[in-house]
Design a protein around this ligand. Structure first.
Ligand SMILES: O=C(O)CCC(=O)C(=O)O
Length: 305
């Protein structure tokens, strides 16, 4: 039986030593005021480097093992779909729980290059919610249909959540990079209309004016190892990968410390329930980054998510 790394709330390997984060000052990773303002206005901010070349290679190596459905530790996933879509010609690998299985994906959660900007955008301490892997094989029609993340997360409240998408390959319009509808984070919560089927299924839940905005999505082209952060109501999705190489990504979903369970059912498969009204915490929801600026009243708190 593989070791469940969710018992460890600190790095378990040398993964972080292969990046710049260990010695560098917090300022190296901080977002500028302009970037934070951009996030609040548009619902996203992108282009921050998180991973070094060595770290990308390490995660790619670990991922190649995880893609084999028979790998050691397979019982630890909250969700594991070799193909999230119902169509074998439109493969989307999607899984939640890599941090429990694989040391690089585990240690990545404690990377300050992620934790510091996350804390700035959440305006507080950063607590883990869950991770995700999204992989599109080469020359495949798999898509991630337009959606808001919080449509899937209403069992946790209040809405003080944040997503960080990190590419393990260069992400381009041709290989199905993330696409955003800027400003859609100001819209109301939309219903779940499916993740891997019809790209445009969300249209049925939109007004004419909202649907017009889909004429001008923003393609988030990034180098491998760079990240994009987005708001829990930001409408996003991604088209198929028409290139001869895979498009792989890891995603970290977090909440501001203090977010509570709103359900007496397990929040994730295989996890004991957190009673409704209790804050997230314990083995499966560790604190990743403490916001010392807010603690000492140093930072202007500004607009909150
Ligand atoms: O990787 C993708 O194409 C989609 C990712 C996504 O939906 C997310 O990060 O919330």
């Amino acid at each position: 039986m593989a070791q469940d790394l969710s018992n460890e709330h600190k790095p378990v390997s040398d993964f972080l030593k292969y990046g710049k984060s260990v010695e560098d000052s917090a300022a190296t990773f901080q977002l500028s005021d302009e970037q934070i303002e951009f996030f609040h206005e548009n619902g996203y901010v992108s282009g921050m480097r998180i991973l070094s070349h060595e770290q990308i290679e390490q995660l790619r190596k670990e991922l190649s093992l995880l893609l084999d459905p028979e790998h050691d530790g397979r019982e630890l996933w909250h969700e594991y779909q070799s193909n999230e879509s119902a169509d074998p010609n439109r493969v989307l690998f999607h899984a939640l729980g890599a941090w429990r299985v694989s040391p690089g994906f585990h240690d990545l959660l404690w990377h300050r290059a992620f934790g510091i900007p996350a804390s700035q955008l959440l305006d507080g301490s950063v607590r883990f919610w869950h991770d995700q892997l999204f992989c599109k094989p080469a020359e495949h029609g798999g898509v991630v249909a337009w959606h808001q993340d919080y449509s899937y997360w209403t069992r946790t409240q209040p809405m003080a959540h944040l997503t960080c998408w990190i590419g393990l390959d260069d992400a381009t319009s041709s290989n199905g990079c993330l696409q955003y509808i800027p400003g859609s984070h100001q819209w109301d919560l939309l219903p779940v209309t499916g993740l891997a089927g019809d790209m445009d299924a969300i249209q049925e839940a939109l007004s004419h004016d909202q649907w017009e905005r889909f004429q001008n999505p923003v393609a988030i082209e990034l180098k491998a190892g760079e990240a994009s952060f987005h708001h829990p109501l930001m409408v996003h999705g991604s088209y198929e990968n028409s290139t001869i190489s895979p498009r792989r990504a890891t995603v970290i979903n977090v909440v501001r410390d203090g977010v509570r369970s709103a359900s007496d059912q397990p929040l994730l498969d295989g996890v004991p329930p957190v009673p409704s009204g209790e804050p997230l915490g314990g083995q499966f929801f560790p604190l990743l980054h403490e916001d010392t600026a807010a603690q000492y009243g140093i930072r202007n708190t500004g607009e909150r998510l």
